[in-house]
Design a protein. Structure first.
Length: 433
């Protein structure tokens, strides 16, 4: 077999191997099925039966069409990460109808709306990011078909933006007050660099008791954040023409051998270990021996020790293959975010309350894990009790074919409202009959 054919077959096999491995490792190991705290579960059920909460739920039900139309309108405002201004203005316009909200922007461009409590309760942040992953200039038109909305960005995280807006309207309609402040955070640049949430937490770290990131998911939630290391590894050689006698190999050859070895590494599943080789590059023309062949590595785990160990193993593989080919290796660190785990957080007030609320709201045996990857991770790394969940079952996130189920969305809004009231503490004022 010629070397050229060997290289092509090797690269094709490696790409297939990487894709299979990535698909296989999706999902994080879950905790044991929840055994809810009986007192918190009873309290959640009492809360659901409160006439004010029942009135708020009824408001959501009777305003389904308005909620749906607003969800569609928000989705059709393209909001690429770093270009969220048009969507932010629309959200501000909707919030302006509430006389009881303090609405402002911060230095990052986040839209912040504070619903003041009566005093003495915890401050609860409800976060939904404004941005999407799609390119500027994309024309978005939502399609309704078979009980689902189809459009890029309809779920991640537009559904949760609308859920917060609908929750605040329902709270007002039912005349519900909480002891603690409810803070709506419509954050920017979650999909790229977390600039929005970093700014918000830097400004308010000591004033946040609970941080709820409404992003992916629906029936369950995450109480921890996975560590993510991204690299671009380069093999550097002298390059040349296909017919040149020196150098003997293109830099793609040691790169391919390294990819093969790295893709075979087995990360511990108990720490939600994941490994993906997603991008590759080499020469610019067919008849060139690449002087710079590169590939990316996406390394993930909930255990920083695992990340450090496999970072070292990958480094050893790179050096060995570079030496064997008489070449050098250079590594770019694209980003490194450590795992976001608070010891004992699974048993914290936030997580045990969220568990009880999910069950009381009709989410039987909610899946609970510690491998989220969103704004909640930033809060957790700052020592703030946080979780992440979502308000509708969706599919194909980050794709033009993204879609969400409509009917379960209203249940998701009720869940959000119940979480907000349970955590910020329903004010024990007069109950309206």
């Amino acid at each position: 077999m010629s070397r050229a054919i060997f290289v092509l077959l090797t690269l094709a096999a490696l790409l297939l191997s990487s894709c299979i491995r990535t698909t296989y490792s999706i999902g994080a190991p879950e905790d044991a099925p929840p055994v809810p705290d009986p007192e918190r579960l009873a309290a959640a059920r009492v809360l659901i039966s409160d006439p004010r909460v029942a009135a708020a739920f009824e408001h959501i039900e009777t305003n389904r069409q308005k909620i749906l139309e607003e969800w569609i309108a928000l989705t059709e405002i393209n909001a690429p990460s770093g270009h969220e201004e048009a969507r932010a203005r629309f959200v501000e316009q909707l919030l302006s109808a509430h006389e009881n909200l303090e609405v402002r922007r911060d230095a990052a461009g986040n839209v912040i709306a504070v619903r003041k409590g009566t005093g003495g309760g915890p401050n609860v942040v409800l976060d939904a990011h404004l941005d999407t992953v799609f390119q500027p200039g994309l024309e978005i038109e939502v399609t309704l078909r078979d009980g689902r909305l189809y459009a890029p960005g309809v779920g991640d995280a537009t559904r949760n933006i609308e859920a917060i807006l609908a929750t605040f309207r329902a709270l007002d309609a039912a005349d519900i007050s909480t002891r603690g402040n409810l803070i709506a955070l419509f954050s920017v640049e979650e999909e790229t660099n977390f600039r929005g949430v970093n700014q918000f937490i830097a400004d308010h770290r000591d004033q946040i008791d609970h941080f709820l990131a409404f992003d992916g998911g629906y029936a369950g939630f995450s109480y921890g954040g996975i560590g993510i290391y991204w690299y671009r590894h380069h093999f550097i050689g002298p390059g040349g023409h296909t017919l040149s006698s020196t150098p003997p190999w293109s830099a793609t050859i040691p790169a391919a051998r390294a990819i093969d070895r790295i893709a075979r590494l087995e990360l511990p599943r108990e720490s939600a270990g994941r490994l993906n080789i997603g991008m590759m590059g080499g020469a610019d023309v067919v008849n060139a021996k690449a002087s710079d062949a590169w590939f990316t590595v996406d390394l993930r785990s909930t255990d920083d020790g695992v990340l450090t160990k496999f970072e070292g193993l990958i480094g050893e593989i790179l050096e060995e293959e570079a030496r064997a080919a008489g070449m050098s290796v250079r590594t770019e660190v694209i980003s490194k975010s450590p795992a976001a785990q608070i010891p004992g957080h699974r048993s914290s007030h936030l997580i045990r309350t969220a568990e009880a609320v999910h069950i009381a709201a009709g989410f039987e045996n909610p899946p609970i894990h510690n491998a989220g990857a969103n704004n909640s991770s930033v809060a957790l790394r700052n020592g703030i009790s946080a979780l992440s969940t979502g308000t509708a079952p969706c599919s194909n996130a980050h794709a033009l074919t993204e879609s969400c189920a409509i009917d379960p969305f209203y249940k998701g809004i009720r869940k959000m409202l119940l979480l907000a009231v349970a955590l910020a503490e329903l004010d024990p004022g007069e109950t309206k009959q």
